[in-house]
Design a binder for this molecule. Structure first.
Ligand SMILES: [Cu+2]
Length: 254
């Protein structure tokens, strides 16, 4: 085996194993610490500052009907919550994110009480934002997943806005990256955090915006069980993200 080949395969192995997720969030300049699979559990479990649900592996979930697709695994509730006003931005902070193809979606679900008691798989989830193919083709073009990355090694930031007219309360927020670079082998990278939303809004999303997770994704969806290198997709310049439409508040059309 030549040295060049060794270096190539070593780099490939590194890329393939370089998964990740969101461990930290910022709101209006304040930093909130979620769970980090890079740190020992005893530093994090039950800590009063912890706002993220527990995830212990950076590996993806491969089965869309696996309960881990809701809030990763094991998904234990967080002791604390991020306070945020409806209409404000929340920024998810990713490290070491290297995949480039596939949609990214932010979901919320009303916990109807403390999120520390809430089962994520029972949530009525609604999308508050989604990012997909920005330009070019599905195979070679620029996806938001590529654009949001900082290739110099600094953190990659994904800011989105809480709908301004959302009814206040306790919510889960779920950041999801679906990586589609391997043919017919979609990968899910979901992480959840607890929010306490304040404001004067009264809006809640209607039925047509709601989905169960797991439930919303299926290997019967051509945009999910996709071979981006196939003749059917290689020249496509549009990619429609499956699932319900994004909800931005009842008085605003998405
Ligand atoms: Cu990966």
């Amino acid at each position: 085996m030549s040295l060049a080949w060794f270096l190539f395969t070593a780099a490939l192995a590194y890329t393939v194993s370089a998964h990740g997720g969101v461990s930290n969030y910022t709101v209006d300049g304040t930093w909130y610490r979620g769970y980090s699979p890079y740190d020992p559990p005893e530093w994090q479990d039950g800590q009063s500052w912890l706002i993220g649900r527990k995830w212990t592996s950076i590996n993806p979930v491969f089965q869309p009907d696996n309960i881990s697709v809701a809030c990763n695994a094991p998904g234990n509730p967080a002791p604390a919550s991020i306070p945020i006003n409806a209409g404000d931005n929340i920024t998810a902070v990713y490290y070491y994110w290297l995949h480039t193809v596939g949609p990214m979606i932010v979901w919320m679900a009303d916990c109807h009480g403390p999120c520390s008691d809430f089962n994520a798989t029972e949530g009525d989830w609604f999308k508050i934002a989604q990012e997909g193919l920005i330009s070019g083709t599905v195979t070679e073009g620029t996806w938001y997943q590529r654009q949001f990355q900082e290739w110099d090694g600094s953190a990659s930031l994904w800011p989105e806005t809480i709908p301004a007219t959302l009814k206040p309360g306790n919510y889960l927020i779920r950041h999801e990256i679906i990586a589609l670079h391997i043919a017919n082998k979609p990968q899910w990278y979901p992480e959840c955090a607890h929010l306490v939303v304040s404001g004067n809004g009264t809006d809640v999303p209607g039925e047509e915006y709601l989905a169960k997770i797991p439930g919303v994704w299926s290997l019967n969806q051509p945009e999910i069980n996709i071979d981006i290198y196939s003749d059917a997709w290689i020249n496509q310049t549009t990619y429609n993200i499956p699932g319900p439409p994004v909800w931005r508040g009842n008085s605003v059309t998405s």
